[in-house]
Design a protein around this ligand. Sequence first.
Ligand code: SF4
Ligand code: SF4
Length: 305
Amino acid sequence: MTEGMIFDIQHYAVHDGPGIRTLVFLKGCPLRCLWCCNPESQNFGPELRHSMVRCRACYACKDHCTAGAIREGESGPLMDREACGVCKTWPCVEACPHGALAVMGRAMTAEDVVARVAADAAFYENSGGGVTFSGGEPFAQPEFLEDLLLRCKVLGIRSAVETCGHVPEAAILEIEPLIGLFLFDVKAMDPRLHERCTGASNELILKNLRALAERDASKITVRVPLVPGYTDAEENLSAIASLTAELGIAQAELMSYHELGRDKYEGLGRPYPITLQDPHPLSAQMEAALRIFRERGVACEIGGE
Ligand code: SF4
Ligand code: SF4
């Protein structure tokens, strides 16, 4: 039985695949997208999140920290993120009387995760739904993901995987037959733009997309984040749409940029990575972006949360 690192399980979702779905978020990602709305997904290990909204600056946490990782600040605790986590037991979380501390990430067995997924089975049957493994990057924990998928298959639960594609080709192709739907992110076609936005070239991602499409393009939905000033240029969208059509992929989704994850960065002690002049794409721009895909024969919708 395998064990992996999970940071959230959400029930009754109506996005990230058809029907009613359970979303399982695996921790750890090889990319650092500037617009990532789940910064707690990026690191592979568990980490402490602090809520300034809930915090009452009582410093009970400081008294229980065995690593000396908490100091008193003017308006709340100051965390030494390098030192934090060595305790492995998170006593500060228990000690906080206001629920202002939480651990992001916990080890779970595949058996326990799938038990949580299977509890929603009645909803999948009636809606055509299933489970979606997201992240983070699910393929970054390949043995755990394979175990999860196999267990779901035995129970007749349809599985989707959301991937950034920046993983070894063998990891994706080996597990591919167990997956009914790939939500495959394609962010930028220019390698330099891709590296500026995510910290890595798109070479491996596009190679994996091609390899998967050669196997079965009907299982792929290409997902494109529309980030003003970064990925929303017509040139970029046209290049992605053309590749999507060329590979025989019939579905795409545009994911509108939002800043719902901003507070999470503060809670993890990290700066928000980008500042946009106008963070909200106009509806006319969204329409134009949809048209770019539809003109090439790709069914394209607005997707996401
Ligand atoms: S998680 Fe552990 S090391 Fe970090 S602040 Fe809490 S008690 Fe200290
Ligand atoms: S124990 Fe909780 S409320 Fe008190 S300072 Fe620490 S985080 Fe804030």
